[in-house]
Design a protein around this ligand. Structure first.
Ligand SMILES: [Fe+2]
Ligand SMILES: [Fe+2]
Length: 465
């Protein structure tokens, strides 16, 4: 594979002239978008980045200095499985779909467009962050995440161009036209319209919102539409680093806060108080839960029945891949009370996936609480109830306290400032965000990482400014 091909790929692009031409036409529009909406102020700097060059378990990535607009956004799918079968749903055991089945065309396009829309959205949300980086190491990680979200956009655009003809091309164009937070043409999902304008938000975003991405991609990696499954399988390889950035980033903030707590008043010492960190967790966790969709969902049942979207680790974790008989008991609001309700399992698959996600998030919390314990601090961080501060599904339009008890709108208003970041909290965090760009130096509100990237030390010049 030649790294310097115009669109590096393992899909034999050079043999499909029509597709190649379509993508080459889309490429300059993508680059225009990258210039307009990608990281501001760093486009001509050398950044030490990894580039996907293959899908093999050894050496899939190449590390070197590159200017971001010269990054090679390639198209990589995991190799096909011979005799791939649909792994779940009504057509379980049938040959996997190699082309889009007519009856599922709209659903499948919707799934791909919704996933695709999140990728450029996050780049837009994070566009100003480079200017206030806490270290060169963090600056590089931000840009690594940004260019890979760009590649994930490419991955979805490839599927739209290759498998959906004209309306696929129109959708691919529209992915470059919507803008995060724009009232007239917003991004599709609400968490991707929230500003991500300081580094605490960035770490929360990569911890909680990228982690939703991991679970969505994992469910699609099971898809009976094989090109989608193979695409998502490879995206997960890159996604792991994004969550690493969020998880370890928050851990470093927590650790630094704990150190400052032992010295005196965290605010006076220029750190981020633990309660502000907790409020950010509450905010991003609740918005990220919304991304899984309604608790009771006919879409989830339809997607599963059609073999389009499976469960997390469908093949590894489950014996019954038809799931026609099972039920799932969940909490719903009924006559002003939170009660159990039994729902057909296929209609509860959003909630099943969300439950896996929550379990994964809890591991992050355990790591951060261990850092607090290691520093000798007795306070602990926690995840709010899944019912708290929801805007989608069963609990939307109602009010719950942080433990998930139903409360009135007035009570919620009265206590909101205890649970969610206030304007003052956000302004305080923003007041700490001053760039630190000397190699080996770090901002006062965050601890340095335990190690650098790919064997390089923390002091390495990850970005040449
Ligand atoms: Fe992504
Ligand atoms: Fe990501």
């Amino acid at each position: 594979m030649n790294l310097y091909e115009r669109i590096p790929n393992n899909v034999n692009l050079s043999e499909d002239k029509k597709l190649q031409r379509a993508l080459e036409k889309w490429l300059p529009n993508f680059l225009d978008w990258w210039h307009d909406m990608g990281p501001e102020g760093f486009q001509n700097k050398d950044v030490w980045l990894r580039t996907a060059v293959d899908v093999g378990s050894e050496g899939w990535a190449h590390f070197d200095y590159v200017k971001m607009p010269d990054y090679r956004w390639g198209i990589f799918l995991e190799p096909p499985q011979p005799d791939a079968k649909i792994g779940f749903g009504d057509n379980y055991g049938q040959p996997a779909y190699q082309e889009v089945p007519g009856e599922f065309r709209n659903s499948l396009r919707r799934i791909i467009v919704t996933q695709g829309d999140t990728e450029p959205a996050s780049v837009e949300q994070q566009r100003q962050l480079g200017k206030t980086c806490p270290s060169l190491y963090d600056l590089r990680n931000l840009f690594q995440v940004n260019v890979e979200e760009g590649r994930h956009l490419w991955a979805m655009v490839y599927l739209l161009h290759r498998y959906f003809g004209r309306d696929g091309r129109d959708e691919a164009d529209a992915l470059l036209e919507r803008r995060s937070g724009n009232p007239d043409k917003p991004r599709i999902l609400e968490a991707f319209n929230q500003p991500c304008d300081d580094w605490l938000n960035f770490f929360c975003f990569t911890m909680f919102t990228d982690r939703d991405g991991k679970y969505q991609l994992s469910a699609l990696a099971e898809s009976g539409f094989e090109p989608l499954a193979r695409t998502c399988q490879f995206m997960l390889t890159e996604e792991a680093h994004h969550m690493f950035v969020g998880d370890t980033g928050l851990n470093r903030v927590v650790k630094r806060t704990a150190q400052l707590m032992k010295q005196g008043d965290v605010r006076e010492l220029g750190g981020i108080p633990l309660d502000i960190i907790q409020k950010h967790i509450n905010f991003w966790f609740s918005y990220s839960l919304d991304l899984f969709g309604g608790e009771i969902s006919s879409n989830s049942a339809d997607f599963f029945a059609a073999g389009l979207k499976g469960r997390y680790k469908e093949q590894e974790q489950y014996e019954d891949h038809i799931v026609a008989e099972q039920n799932f008991t969940m909490k719903v609001v009924d006559e002003g009370q939170v009660k159990d309700r039994k729902v057909p399992m296929r209609n509860a698959l959003n909630e099943v996936l969300r439950t896996e996600y929550v379990r994964d998030c809890e591991k992050g919390l355990a790591r951060w609480n261990k850092s607090l314990a290691d520093e000798g601090i007795s306070e602990r961080l926690f995840l709010p109830s899944s019912r708290f501060h929801r805007h989608v599904g069963e609990y939307a339009g109602r009010h719950f306290d942080i433990e998930g008890n139903l409360i009135t709108a007035e009570e919620f208003e009265g206590r909101k400032a205890e649970w969610l970041p206030t304007i003052e909290d956000r302004e305080y965090v923003r007041s700490l965000m001053h760039p630190v760009t000397e190699p080996g130096k770090i901002a006062n509100w965050i601890a340095p990482p335990a190690t650098g990237i790919k064997g390089k030390p923390f002091e390495f010049e990850y970005v040449r400014l």
